[in-house]
Structure formats: C-alpha cells, structure tokens
Design a protein around this ligand. Structure first.
Ligand code: ATP
Ligand code: FE2
Length: 330
C-alpha cells in the first residue's frame, strides 16, 4: 500500500488528507463553512461541501506531490454528524473509490479524534473531547471506546457559539469569546452543573441570557466567567474519569480544545495528579481529514474495509455512538 486518502465532512468542515503507509500526513487541506450570524444550517453546509470538494481535491493531490493513481485506500467519516453533510462526504468517497477501484473504510469521527492523539505520544489516554456538537469523556476499556461522561444537553462548543450569537458574534464564536474573556476581570457566579462525569449547560445558558438582557454586566466579564465555569466542569469530569479508570494520560480533542485557558486548566489538573497531558496541534484538534485517514489506515491494516462489490453496504450513521463501534484494530 502506498497512500491513503482521508475525507472529513461530518459538520462544517470539508477536509481531505493524504497519508503514507506509516500514517504520516503528507498533505491536509480543508475548507470550512462559516456564517456571519446564526448557526449551521445542515443543508447549506452540505452544499458548501459539494461546491468545494473537487477544487480541494486537486489542491490536495498537488500539495502532496503524488499521482492520484497512487492512492490505494479511502477512509471517510461516516459517523456521527449531520446527515446531509455525511452524505456529501460519502458520495465523494464512493465516486473516487469506484473510479480508482480501491477499497473504502468508514470511520467514526469521535474515535478518530482519540486515535490521532498517538501522534502526540499518548498511549492509553482519557480523551476530553470538547467540540461544537460533542462533549464527551472517552477512554478505551475491554474492547471498546467507552463514554464515561458526556453533556446531557448541548455540546460545549455549541453552547459557546450560542452565547456568541446572543451578543451578536457570528460562527464560530469560540475564538472571539476567548479574546473577550482575556479582558474580563470579575468572576460572576454561574450555575455549576456536573453530576458524576456528566455535565450540562442549559441552566448556565438561560442564566447568561438573562444577564445579557439585563444590560448590567460587562460582556468581557460574562465571557470570562463562562469560560472559568464550564472549563472547570470539564476538567473536573476528566479528573474523575482519570481516577475511575486509573489511566495516567489526558488527551484533548475537538475545537474547544484550542482554547488556551482550557488547556492551561487541564494541564494544571494533570500536574497535580501526576498525569501526563497531551494536546495535539490546533489543526488536528479541530475537524480534519488527517485523523480520519490515520484511523482508517489502522482499520484497513487490520482487515477492515469494503471492496467495490460491497459498496451498497457502506452507509452513513449520523447517530452512531462511540461505544457502538467494535474496536478490532487495536
Ligand atoms: P464535532 O463534529 O466533532 O462535534 P465540530 O463539528 O463541532 O466537531 P470542531 O472543529 O471540533 O467542530 O469544533 C468547533 C467548535 O470549537 C466551535 O464550536 C468553536 O466555537 C469552538 N472553538 C474553536 N476555537 C475555540 C477557542 N479558542 N475557544 C473555545 N472554543 C473554540
Ligand atoms: Fe470533531
């Protein structure tokens, strides 16, 4: 096997990557659907993916400096995510694999976030997966990736984005809220909602909405307090998972992991517990095709994947849960 193509399309990002047979990422390109105000509209995001796909593919092949015919496997994220976006990714994957007559490997996006941590040196970590749509504490145990804790309502990134929208900032709101938070000085008390290793954000959201509408608080202070409160919840949940599983490594994943305050808090917790902290590069924290190719390669090497005659068995699974996946490649 020479090269593998990875395809990511679960939500707002359409990404492509070429990896060599050792899992080294040779080229990784992406194009993200954004909005000036308001959240993601799934159909629009899917239209975006369709529109950018072939141009991006040309760029990828050129950047990687390979010939298309040298690609011998395709991995694409088939789960979980927004159905219209997943469908575009799958169509694109099937089209290329049919033309090149090469096998297809469907990959679970959440598990890809975890497995890519290997690149940073993590061996058996607890993953704090904090993205837009997902907030989960995941770790490997007895043949499966188990979810030890998760959000009971919305994902932490979506929660931050909703707050951003409320104060008139477009999508994605995370980086801008971080900037505002850096200027905040007053810690305002917000509901702190954690049960075991599960967290929830809707109570904080309602409270913040009232506070913004009252006009009595500085936006910078609200952004600061929001970050301090919800990141403390996430780090506490992660710490409990470390204690529960006896694992000694924490890995960050997901776009919210780009937040330097969250990184700092997680790092301090790890230091205090004598655990190692791993945080991939930003480009691998956010949705990317490199991680899809990376996990797809491992799965393919272990014998997983579909040949052309079985392509009708390849489908999307928008709601597949992390612990539904049989981990036979480890
Ligand atoms: P998934 O499909 O895995 O749920 P996703 O599609 O929501 O992921 P990601 O790229 O993993 O996408 O994460 C996007 C989220 O990360 C957005 O909600 C965005 O606001 C948030 N984000 C990005 N940078 C920061 C930051 N510096 N601080 C906080 N949040 C951030
Ligand atoms: Fe993601």
């Amino acid at each position: 096997m020479k090269y593998i193509l990875g395809i990511e399309s679960t939500a707002h990002t359409f990404g492509l990557a070429v990896l060599d047979k050792k899992g080294k990422i040779l080229s990784d390109v992406k194009d993200m659907y954004t909005t000036k105000s308001g959240g993601i509209i799934p159909m629009e995001s899917a239209r975006h993916h369709k529109k950018v796909s072939w141009k991006l593919y040309e760029k990828l092949i050129k950047d990687a400096g390979i010939d298309e015919s040298e690609i011998q496997v395709i991995a694409f994220s088939n789960a979980p995510g927004l159905a219209p976006c997943l469908i575009e990714g799958m169509k694109f994957a099937k089209e290329i694999s049919q033309r090149l007559r090469i096998p297809l490997v469907p990959v679970n996006h959440c598990i890809a976030h975890l497995e890519i941590g290997e690149i940073t040196g993590a061996k058996d970590p607890v993953l704090l997966y904090a993205s837009g749509a997902n907030t989960q504490i995941i770790a490997y145990e007895a043949g499966k990736y188990r979810i030890f804790g998760e959000t009971l309502d919305l994902g932490v990134g979506n929660f931050i984005d909703t707050f951003a929208r409320l104060i008139g900032i477009g999508f994605p709101g995370g980086p801008k809220i971080q900037k505002l938070a850096e200027k905040g000085t007053n810690l305002i008390e917000l509901p702190y909602s954690i049960k075991g290793m599960d967290v929830s954000f809707s109570g904080i959201q309602t409270k913040l909405k009232h506070m913004v509408e009252s006009g009595k608080y500085k936006i910078e202070d609200l952004a600061f307090s929001l970050q301090e409160t919800v990141f403390a919840m996430l780090v506490e949940a992660a710490e409990r998972a470390l204690a529960h599983t006896g694992k000694r490594e924490l890995l960050l994943g997901g776009g919210v992991g780009c937040n330097s305050r969250l990184q700092e808090m997680a790092k301090i917790m790890c230091m205090e517990r004598g655990c190692k902290f791993f945080c991939p590069d930003k480009s691998l924290l956010v949705d990317n095709a490199g991680m899809i190719g990376y996990l797809g390669l491992k799965m393919f090497k272990s014998g997983l994947g579909f040949k052309k005659k079985d392509f009708d068995k390849v489908d999307i699974a928008p709601r597949e849960r992390t612990d539904e996946v049989e981990v036979s490649w480890k």
